[in-house]
Write a protein of this length. Structure first.
Length: 102
């Protein structure tokens, strides 16, 4: 019985970590990492800062998905976030869910 629990736990961890890795790879592939890092500010805010700011907002996922797609200005300072036409809406939503989970 212990083997079943161990196996189930290992499988769950593999899926969880591969999903996180896949989303980090998506962030790299879509050039998010040019301006953002996980824990430190680059041109734009760190992903963990974004997650903290929007932690309690119910519409955060929709709001940030839109921002990824069309860009924005003034929330994090003077540097605007450009639109990202290379990112589909589904990809933007995947990225935002990953960011908010930080």
């Amino acid at each position: 019985m212990k083997r079943i629990y161990l196996w189930t736990g290992l499988v769950a961890m593999a899926f969880t970590s591969s999903a996180a890795l896949a989303n980090a790879e998506l962030a790299k592939a879509k050039n998010c990492m040019v301006c953002h890092a996980m824990t430190s500010k680059l041109v734009g805010p760190a992903f963990n800062s974004i997650a903290a700011r929007y932690e309690d907002q119910k519409n955060a996922e929709d709001k940030l998905t839109k921002k990824v797609l069309i860009g924005g200005y003034g929330v994090w300072g003077q540097v605007p976030m450009p639109a990202n036409p290379q990112v589909s809406e589904a990809e933007a939503r995947t990225l935002v869910k990953w960011i908010l989970a930080q």
